[in-house]
Design a protein around this ligand. Structure first.
Ligand SMILES: Cc1ncc(COP(=O)(O)O)c(C=O)c1O
Length: 224
Protein backbone atom coordinates (compact mmCIF):
# COMPACT_ATOMS: atom_id res chain seq x y z
CA UNK A 1 0.00 0.00 0.00
CA UNK A 2 2.95 2.33 0.67
CA UNK A 3 4.26 1.68 -2.84
CA UNK A 4 0.78 2.16 -4.30
CA UNK A 5 0.44 5.45 -2.43
CA UNK A 6 3.81 6.63 -3.69
CA UNK A 7 2.99 5.88 -7.33
CA UNK A 8 -0.73 6.63 -7.16
CA UNK A 9 -1.77 3.09 -8.02
CA UNK A 10 -5.09 1.35 -7.43
CA UNK A 11 -4.80 -1.83 -5.38
CA UNK A 12 -7.31 -4.58 -6.11
CA UNK A 13 -7.15 -7.53 -3.71
CA UNK A 14 -7.85 -11.06 -4.88
CA UNK A 15 -9.54 -12.39 -1.72
CA UNK A 16 -10.88 -15.60 -3.27
CA UNK A 17 -8.89 -17.70 -0.79
CA UNK A 18 -8.62 -15.34 2.15
CA UNK A 19 -12.02 -14.94 3.84
CA UNK A 20 -11.24 -13.78 7.38
CA UNK A 21 -7.47 -13.68 6.90
CA UNK A 22 -5.73 -10.71 8.46
CA UNK A 23 -2.42 -8.95 8.73
CA UNK A 24 -1.83 -6.69 11.73
CA UNK A 25 -5.43 -7.45 12.74
CA UNK A 26 -6.70 -5.90 9.53
CA UNK A 27 -8.77 -8.20 7.33
CA UNK A 28 -8.15 -9.11 3.73
CA UNK A 29 -10.50 -7.07 1.60
CA UNK A 30 -9.99 -3.91 3.61
CA UNK A 31 -6.42 -3.07 2.58
CA UNK A 32 -6.77 -2.09 -1.03
CA UNK A 33 -9.12 0.09 -3.03
CA UNK A 34 -11.33 -2.95 -3.53
CA UNK A 35 -11.33 -6.64 -2.74
CA UNK A 36 -12.92 -9.44 -4.78
CA UNK A 37 -14.26 -12.43 -2.84
CA UNK A 38 -15.22 -15.74 -4.40
CA UNK A 39 -18.05 -17.66 -2.76
CA UNK A 40 -17.59 -20.62 -5.09
CA UNK A 41 -18.86 -23.68 -3.14
CA UNK A 42 -15.36 -24.97 -2.35
CA UNK A 43 -14.13 -21.70 -0.91
CA UNK A 44 -13.78 -21.06 2.85
CA UNK A 45 -17.10 -19.25 2.69
CA UNK A 46 -18.90 -21.00 -0.12
CA UNK A 47 -22.41 -20.61 -1.48
CA UNK A 48 -24.42 -23.51 -2.88
CA UNK A 49 -23.58 -22.37 -6.38
CA UNK A 50 -21.35 -19.73 -7.92
CA UNK A 51 -21.31 -16.42 -6.11
CA UNK A 52 -18.95 -13.61 -5.25
CA UNK A 53 -18.72 -10.18 -3.70
CA UNK A 54 -16.72 -6.99 -3.79
CA UNK A 55 -15.64 -4.90 -0.82
CA UNK A 56 -14.67 -1.25 -1.06
CA UNK A 57 -14.80 1.98 0.90
CA UNK A 58 -14.93 3.98 -2.30
CA UNK A 59 -18.52 5.08 -2.89
CA UNK A 60 -18.00 5.95 -6.53
CA UNK A 61 -16.44 2.57 -7.22
CA UNK A 62 -19.28 0.88 -5.36
CA UNK A 63 -21.81 2.69 -7.47
CA UNK A 64 -20.08 1.66 -10.71
CA UNK A 65 -19.63 -2.03 -9.81
CA UNK A 66 -23.18 -2.22 -8.47
CA UNK A 67 -24.38 -1.12 -11.88
CA UNK A 68 -21.89 -3.27 -13.82
CA UNK A 69 -23.23 -6.47 -12.25
CA UNK A 70 -26.74 -5.44 -13.27
CA UNK A 71 -26.48 -4.84 -17.04
CA UNK A 72 -24.67 -1.59 -16.30
CA UNK A 73 -27.93 -0.22 -14.93
CA UNK A 74 -28.93 1.76 -11.82
CA UNK A 75 -32.43 2.36 -13.07
CA UNK A 76 -34.41 -0.42 -14.70
CA UNK A 77 -33.96 -0.51 -18.47
CA UNK A 78 -31.53 2.42 -18.44
CA UNK A 79 -28.02 1.20 -19.21
CA UNK A 80 -25.40 3.62 -18.08
CA UNK A 81 -22.49 1.21 -18.67
CA UNK A 82 -21.91 -1.87 -20.80
CA UNK A 83 -22.50 -4.26 -17.92
CA UNK A 84 -23.12 -7.96 -17.40
CA UNK A 85 -25.66 -10.05 -15.51
CA UNK A 86 -23.68 -11.03 -12.42
CA UNK A 87 -25.98 -10.38 -9.51
CA UNK A 88 -25.65 -12.40 -6.30
CA UNK A 89 -28.77 -14.53 -6.26
CA UNK A 90 -30.88 -13.88 -3.15
CA UNK A 91 -31.08 -17.56 -2.24
CA UNK A 92 -27.29 -17.73 -2.33
CA UNK A 93 -27.07 -14.57 -0.23
CA UNK A 94 -29.41 -16.11 2.35
CA UNK A 95 -27.23 -19.25 2.53
CA UNK A 96 -24.08 -17.17 2.85
CA UNK A 97 -25.57 -15.14 5.72
CA UNK A 98 -26.13 -18.33 7.68
CA UNK A 99 -22.79 -19.87 6.74
CA UNK A 100 -20.92 -16.69 7.70
CA UNK A 101 -21.70 -17.51 11.35
CA UNK A 102 -19.60 -20.67 11.02
CA UNK A 103 -16.63 -19.13 9.22
CA UNK A 104 -14.46 -18.35 12.26
CA UNK A 105 -14.99 -21.82 13.74
CA UNK A 106 -14.18 -23.50 10.45
CA UNK A 107 -11.10 -21.31 10.01
CA UNK A 108 -9.87 -22.37 13.47
CA UNK A 109 -10.20 -26.00 12.43
CA UNK A 110 -8.29 -25.35 9.19
CA UNK A 111 -5.50 -23.70 11.20
CA UNK A 112 -5.39 -26.58 13.63
CA UNK A 113 -5.01 -29.06 10.75
CA UNK A 114 -2.29 -26.92 9.12
CA UNK A 115 -0.42 -26.73 12.40
CA UNK A 116 -0.62 -30.51 12.76
CA UNK A 117 0.66 -31.00 9.21
CA UNK A 118 3.47 -28.50 9.79
CA UNK A 119 4.55 -30.18 13.01
CA UNK A 120 4.24 -33.81 11.91
CA UNK A 121 5.13 -33.99 8.23
CA UNK A 122 8.68 -35.21 8.23
CA UNK A 123 9.99 -36.38 4.89
CA UNK A 124 13.07 -34.96 3.19
CA UNK A 125 11.31 -35.31 -0.18
CA UNK A 126 8.88 -32.61 0.92
CA UNK A 127 10.87 -29.55 -0.07
CA UNK A 128 8.62 -26.88 1.35
CA UNK A 129 5.69 -26.48 3.71
CA UNK A 130 3.66 -23.32 4.23
CA UNK A 131 5.24 -20.69 6.41
CA UNK A 132 3.00 -19.67 9.28
CA UNK A 133 3.50 -16.50 11.26
CA UNK A 134 1.64 -17.18 14.47
CA UNK A 135 0.98 -13.48 14.97
CA UNK A 136 -0.97 -13.32 11.73
CA UNK A 137 -4.14 -15.01 10.59
CA UNK A 138 -3.59 -17.37 7.66
CA UNK A 139 -6.91 -19.08 6.88
CA UNK A 140 -5.59 -22.10 4.95
CA UNK A 141 -7.99 -22.38 2.09
CA UNK A 142 -5.34 -24.77 0.80
CA UNK A 143 -2.37 -26.48 2.38
CA UNK A 144 0.27 -26.47 -0.34
CA UNK A 145 3.60 -28.24 -0.15
CA UNK A 146 6.32 -28.59 -2.77
CA UNK A 147 7.83 -31.87 -3.90
CA UNK A 148 10.42 -32.66 -6.55
CA UNK A 149 8.83 -35.52 -8.48
CA UNK A 150 5.22 -34.58 -8.12
CA UNK A 151 3.62 -37.11 -10.47
CA UNK A 152 5.12 -40.01 -8.54
CA UNK A 153 4.27 -38.47 -5.17
CA UNK A 154 0.67 -37.87 -6.24
CA UNK A 155 0.36 -41.43 -7.61
CA UNK A 156 1.73 -42.90 -4.38
CA UNK A 157 -0.66 -40.88 -2.21
CA UNK A 158 -3.57 -41.83 -4.47
CA UNK A 159 -2.63 -45.53 -4.18
CA UNK A 160 -2.83 -45.11 -0.40
CA UNK A 161 -6.23 -43.43 -0.55
CA UNK A 162 -5.09 -39.81 -0.20
CA UNK A 163 -6.41 -37.57 -2.93
CA UNK A 164 -4.44 -34.45 -3.79
CA UNK A 165 -4.85 -31.59 -6.22
CA UNK A 166 -2.50 -29.19 -7.96
CA UNK A 167 -3.18 -25.48 -7.54
CA UNK A 168 -2.22 -24.70 -10.23
CA UNK A 169 -0.51 -26.80 -12.91
CA UNK A 170 0.06 -24.13 -15.57
CA UNK A 171 1.47 -20.66 -14.91
CA UNK A 172 -0.58 -17.78 -16.35
CA UNK A 173 2.15 -16.85 -18.87
CA UNK A 174 2.11 -20.43 -20.19
CA UNK A 175 -1.64 -20.57 -20.70
CA UNK A 176 -2.93 -20.87 -24.25
CA UNK A 177 -5.14 -17.88 -23.56
CA UNK A 178 -2.08 -15.60 -23.30
CA UNK A 179 0.07 -16.29 -26.36
CA UNK A 180 1.47 -12.79 -26.01
CA UNK A 181 3.15 -13.82 -22.74
CA UNK A 182 4.36 -17.25 -23.88
CA UNK A 183 7.87 -16.04 -24.70
CA UNK A 184 8.55 -15.08 -21.08
CA UNK A 185 10.93 -17.14 -19.03
CA UNK A 186 9.99 -17.02 -15.33
CA UNK A 187 12.04 -19.88 -13.85
CA UNK A 188 10.94 -19.46 -10.23
CA UNK A 189 7.27 -19.33 -11.16
CA UNK A 190 7.65 -22.29 -13.50
CA UNK A 191 9.44 -24.34 -10.84
CA UNK A 192 6.68 -23.62 -8.33
CA UNK A 193 4.08 -24.76 -10.85
CA UNK A 194 6.01 -28.02 -11.33
CA UNK A 195 6.37 -28.70 -7.61
CA UNK A 196 3.23 -27.58 -5.81
CA UNK A 197 0.70 -30.06 -4.53
CA UNK A 198 -2.23 -29.45 -2.20
CA UNK A 199 -2.87 -31.93 0.60
CA UNK A 200 -6.39 -32.56 1.87
CA UNK A 201 -7.61 -29.57 3.88
CA UNK A 202 -11.05 -28.71 5.16
CA UNK A 203 -12.99 -28.12 8.36
CA UNK A 204 -14.85 -31.42 8.10
CA UNK A 205 -11.72 -33.59 8.24
CA UNK A 206 -11.47 -35.82 11.29
CA UNK A 207 -8.33 -36.14 13.42
CA UNK A 208 -7.94 -39.69 12.10
CA UNK A 209 -8.01 -38.52 8.49
CA UNK A 210 -5.46 -35.80 9.19
CA UNK A 211 -3.14 -38.25 10.97
CA UNK A 212 -3.54 -40.70 8.11
CA UNK A 213 -2.48 -38.07 5.54
CA UNK A 214 0.66 -37.41 7.59
CA UNK A 215 1.42 -41.11 7.90
CA UNK A 216 1.10 -41.62 4.13
CA UNK A 217 3.18 -38.52 3.27
CA UNK A 218 5.90 -39.56 5.70
CA UNK A 219 6.03 -43.09 4.27
CA UNK A 220 6.69 -41.87 0.72
CA UNK A 221 10.03 -42.92 -0.69
CA UNK A 222 11.47 -42.32 -4.14
CA UNK A 223 10.44 -45.08 -6.50
CA UNK A 224 12.21 -46.13 -9.70
C1 LIG B 1 -7.04 -16.96 -5.99
C2 LIG B 1 -8.31 -17.04 -6.79
N1 LIG B 1 -8.71 -15.97 -7.50
C3 LIG B 1 -9.86 -15.99 -8.22
C4 LIG B 1 -10.66 -17.11 -8.26
C5 LIG B 1 -11.91 -17.09 -9.09
O1 LIG B 1 -13.08 -17.12 -8.31
P1 LIG B 1 -14.49 -17.39 -9.01
O2 LIG B 1 -14.45 -18.80 -9.51
O3 LIG B 1 -15.53 -17.21 -7.93
O4 LIG B 1 -14.63 -16.38 -10.09
C6 LIG B 1 -10.30 -18.24 -7.52
C7 LIG B 1 -11.15 -19.43 -7.53
O5 LIG B 1 -10.88 -20.44 -8.12
C8 LIG B 1 -9.09 -18.20 -6.77
O6 LIG B 1 -8.71 -19.26 -6.04
Amino acid sequence: MDIADEFNLLVLEDCAQSHGASIQSRKAGSWGDAGAFSFYPGKNLGALGDAGGITTNDEELMSVVTALRNYGSHTKYENRYKGVNSRLDEMQAAMLRVKLNYLDGETSRRKQIAQYYNQHIDNSLVLKQPYVDSAENHVFHLYVIQVENRADFVAYLESRGVHTMVHYPIAPHKQQAYPELGHLSLPVTEKIHRQVVSLPMGPTMTDEQVASVVEVVNSYVLRA
